[in-house]
Write a protein that binds this ligand. Structure first.
Ligand code: APR
Ligand code: ZN
Ligand code: ZN
Length: 363
């Protein structure tokens, strides 16, 4: 039997989101229906609402979520009713070229639910990142459910579903930060702070946080920044060099997605250093840099999609580190809100007032 629940829907470009009744089908083969307990508000949700991702309105927003499996499709064997899961948007296929050569984190054929959730009048919804979790119940591919230790509260565990994982993974997976490295992180929102926390976890010796907002720099210290730079007042590249013995950082993580800050990242690394771009640029952005600098400096220029994470490997491990008190995931939750407060949360995000607002659903 399909179920009807409340969900946060973006009906058209730039229109405020609305709370709608949505129809969630019974899970078919390979699918699972999940009772969502918490779902964070991410920039990507706002980008969907603004029509910046594509035009497949109406969207069912929300994609940073944790919850409990409510029912599974007939052939699903590795997931059971009652399992506590974090939802992911990288359910790997196991058969594409990337998967077959042992690099499933680059899978280019990831799974989503086959059936569509709809509005009451039958209009099909496009779930954000194939998830759609600003809803009491959602339908996903079984592989999008990653089991983690239920001791972690849903508003905390769910963060691993997107932004916080992107930042942690930018440091741990893509940047491969190692003990003794010097690291700089440009942009200290939720993603940048997660990169800082990841760098600390990996044993970085120096972690330079760069932002234009002093409130953000204070928070960054809490997550592990050893130095802070307000790049409104001082030259970011010079300041990073100064903090790293005049050399530049081994790994510079750009967590904004803008040409001018990418350029800072490029010049703020030491010879043979690594730049990781985890901030998402818009399609119109360009950079213009001397090619000789690319050659002469060596090293690696990388981008980090979803922190190059493999959910089955990374989510349970990071939840365990959190439970052991070694990763302060709880401090990314600025506030918990109701399902009707998503539009207000977009506004706060826009003004830089929060790291993450998280929608909590009644049990
Ligand atoms: N120089 C330094 N810091 C800047 C600049 C700048 N020119 N412009 C903005 N910032 C800072 C902001 O003050 C803020 O603290 O960058 C931070 C961006 O944080 P958020 O807006 O909270 O974004 P976040 O959720 O961290 O995501 C960052 O990663 O996943 C992507 O789409 C996401 O592109 C976005 C990026
Ligand atoms: Zn694959
Ligand atoms: Zn996201």
């Amino acid at each position: 039997m399909s179920v009807q629940v409340q969900g946060v829907v973006a009906r058209g470009k730039g229109l405020p989101v609305s709370l709608e009744t949505i129809v969630v089908p019974d899970p078919g083969p390979g699918e699972a229906r999940v009772r969502v307990q918490a779902c964070g508000v991410c920039h990507t949700d706002l980008h969907y609402r603004e029509g910046a991702i594509n035009d497949a309105f109406p969207f069912l927003l929300g994609h940073e979520a944790a919850g409990v499996v409510e029912s599974v499709g007939p052939d699903v064997t590795d997931l059971a009713v009652g399992d506590y899961v974090v939802l992911n948007w990288r359910a790997v296929c196991g058969t594409c070229r990337a998967c077959l050569r042992g690099r499933p984190q680059y899978c280019f054929s990831t799974f989503n639910a086959t059936q569509k959730m709809t509005l009451l009048d039958g209009t099909e919804l496009s779930p954000a990142l194939g998830i759609g979790a600003f809803a009491e119940m959602t339908l996903v591919a079984a592989g999008q459910c990653t089991k983690v230790d239920p001791a972690a509260p849903p508003e905390v565990a769910g963060l691993l579903g997107c932004g916080v994982m992107a930042g942690l993974g930018a440091a741990l997976n893509t940047g491969n930060v190692s003990r003794g490295d010097t690291v700089a992180v440009i942009g200290c929102g939720g993603v940048g702070d997660a990169a800082i926390a990841g760098a600390r976890l990996a044993g970085a010796r120096t972690i330079v946080a760069v932002d234009i907002d002093d409130r953000k720099l204070e928070k960054a210290k809490h997550f592990g920044a050893t130095h802070t730079v307000n790049s409104r007042n001082v030259d970011a590249v010079e300041a990073i060099r100064e903090a790293t013995g005049g050399f530049g950082a081994d790994v510079v993580i750009e967590a904004i997605g803008r040409p001018e800050t990418y350029e800072q990242a490029f010049f703020a690394r030491d010879l043979a250093g690594t730049v990781v771009l985890v901030g998402v640029p818009s399609p119109d952005m360009r950079i213009d840099l001397p090619l000789i600098e690319f050659f002469g400096r060596g090293g690696a220029l990388k981008s980090s999609w979803y922190g190059d994470c493999l959910p089955s490997r990374d989510f349970p491990m990071l939840v365990d580190l959190y439970l052991q008190g070694r990763l302060p995931l709880q401090d990314f939750v600025s506030e918990t809100i109701g399902i009707g407060d998503v539009e207000a949360a977009f506004e706060k995000m826009h003004h830089g007032d929060v790291l993450r607002s998280v929608v909590k659903f009644d049990a």
